[in-house]
Design a protein. Sequence first.
Length: 132
Amino acid sequence: MAGGMQRGRSGRSLSERAARSGVPAPDEDWDAPFPRAAPAQAGHADQPAAPAPPPDVRDLPPPPPVVRRADGRGRHCWVHDPPGAPGVWPGLLVEWRQTDEGWHGRVAFTVAGRAGSVLMEAWLPAASLEQR
């Protein structure tokens, strides 16, 4: 199993090795809810659209001025229908920012590309992110 869940060569689990590393455990409340945003507008067609290629990050507009909240730790999340990649994708929420349009999360996630997985990073509205 990935992530050191089984005992490896040292005979200790990843949890045991982390506890002995001397690095303090984070004080983050992993069960705290994500900031809430206004509900997304419904508009899904009955027929799924053909997958479009992921957008080129050079074509995305620059982010607006923001008030950022970053604690230095990522959180796993589900990314719903990012631009150019309809569907639900696993992601890592890196930081939050608040703009006049509401809360947005900076997320790293992978989507299916023509030649395999493509790593994406984008600022997405909180309504498109779901806590895992």
